[in-house]
Design a protein around this ligand. Structure first.
Ligand code: UDX
Length: 441
């Protein structure tokens, strides 16, 4: 009989994983402790913007016309325990308030709620990003006859569906052949299409995730450090990235200089990694991550200073600043630790009159930063502005009509914090155009 799968936690990761499992042909039951989320998901809707996700939900959520009916949602732990053979735990591990370490309380409480309801023979699979050593600890909290595996997730927001269905690799930390066999059955589809399946122990599986994110953060901060040097030496970091990227050992990806990385993963993951290494007495191995973090945070300040300079130096008081982009990256409505909003907030706190526009992140941005002003379009945000800051590289902004915006802007000054706009086109339309790590022209 086909395996029955449950997914605990229906955030970005869990909702996508549940939908992907149904798409792969399994019967799936998703659980969340927030009834409003379950209500929404049961109507095949998601509380966030993730391209393609609602379409898959429409195809599988029970009760939706024409759906396979393979995917249901509940708030009942009992139902989940009764239903599932394999239980994926996909809850959040945010940064603790005022600390580098991550907050394990959602993971711990999911395990505590699930354990009493599990059938003998079932497999619990952790997907959350956790400090190394957590799996070994959590395995001890499960009852007799229940096994644990660790299977980190590498999906990117904005590409969550395709990253889940066609992953670069599947990593499973297991302690038995049976656990490995069950997970091979779950992932037979993607593995059949060529995704590598890496089997390892618990600590290595946990570390693969934090190591991968640390490497990605390092790549971004490396190129941003080069941007700092380029700014001092009048070099061009975009050309530099292109040129070093031709070396296949370096590669072109993740070398986009700008205002740096944000979001719910990279910043908190490198901090939690440092905190955990400290507990293990291996803090020296990761001291470089502190530098990665500080280069990253410095770029936000550098953007603020570039705006100040463009306005003639001195105070932001009374200056009108248009900010294009609020989310931490395009194709997402996520504003967690968003460099764009951080820059907007800094300028606002220094007296600037900041107006923000973002294609999908307005609702979340308003909630997080209610004191900023928001416009309904890029054109409205730019109207009367003394300077325009491009801070999240949405396609919509690449396609902006520089001449039309020039008509409504107070001053034609465009500062590109993402190195994504066409400098020539903006300059031709009469704008003073500057970008991070690039010559002034
Ligand atoms: C990341 C990892 O990519 C993913 O594998 C992991 O599972 C979760 O964390 P995500 O947070 O969705 O995914 O976004 P990602 O595309 O990695 O971008 C992270 C941040 O880095 C964004 O703020 C983005 O703007 C920034 N970035 C990315 C750069 O500044 N320059 C780059 O070259 C690439």
């Amino acid at each position: 009989m086909a395996l029955k799968i449950t997914v605990i936690g229906t955030g970005y990761l869990g909702a996508t994983h549940a939908a992907a499992m149904a798409e792969l042909g399994f019967e799936v039951l998703g659980l969340d402790v927030v009834p409003e989320k379950i209500e929404l998901l049961s109507q095949a809707r998601v509380p966030m913007y993730e391209p393609g996700l609602e379409e898959i939900l429409q195809r599988h959520v029970a009760g939706i016309e024409g759906s396979s009916g393979r995917l249901r949602f509940t708030t009942s732990w009992e139902e989940v325990g009764e239903f599932g053979d394999v239980h994926f735990v996909c809850v959040n591990t945010p940064q603790k308030h005022g600390e580098y370490a991550c907050d394990m309380s959602y993971v711990d409480s999911a395990f505590a709620s699930l354990a009493p309801h599990l059938k003998a023979g079932s497999l619990v699979v952790g997907k959350s990003t956790v400090p190394v050593g957590s799996a070994a600890r959590l395995a001890g909290t499960l009852g007799e006859g229940v096994e644990l595996a660790w299977n980190p997730e590498f999906l990117r927001e904005g590409f969550a569906v395709s990253d889940t269905l066609h992953p670069d690799r599947i990593v499973v930390g297991v302690e038995s052949e049976r656990a490995e066999k069950l997970l091979r059955e779950v992932y037979a589809g993607p593995v059949g299409e060529g995704s590598p399946f890496v089997v390892t122990d618990f600590p290595t599986a946990e570390l693969v995730k934090t190591a991968a994110n640390s490497f990605l953060a390092t790549k971004i901060s490396f190129i941003n450090a080069m941007a700092e040097v380029c700014e001092a030496a009048d070099g061009d970091v975009v050309k530099l990235a292109e040129a070093i990227g031709h070396d296949e050992r370096i590669g072109k990806k993740f070398l986009r200089a700008g205002i740096g990385f944000g979001g719910g993963c990279l910043p908190k993951d490198i901090r939690a990694f440092m905190a955990r290494a400290g507990e293990l007495g291996a803090d020296q191995a990761l001291t470089f991550l502190r530098e990665i973090d500080s280069v990253n945070m410095r770029r936000r300040g550098a953007m603020v200073e570039m705006a100040r300079e463009a306005l003639g130096g001195g105070s932001f008081l009374g200056k009108r600043v248009a900010v294009l982009g609020a989310t931490f990256k395009p194709d997402s409505d996520d504003v967690r630790d968003s460099p764009a909003l951080n820059v907007a907030g800094q300028i606002h706190l220094q007296g600037g009159q900041v107006t923000v526009y973002d294609p999908k992140g307005m609702e979340n941005a308003r909630r997080l930063f209610p004191t900023l002003a928001y416009a309904d379009s890029a054109l409205d945000a730019v109207r009367g502005a003394d300077v325009v800051l491009h801070l999240t590289e949405w396609q919509e902004f690449r396609e902006l009509d520089a001449a039309a915006l020039g008509e409504v802007a107070g001053e034609r000054i465009m500062l590109d914090g993402r190195n994504a706009l066409d400098a020539v086109a903006w300059r031709e339309a009469g704008w003073t155009f500057r970008a991070m790590g690039r010559p002034r022209a």
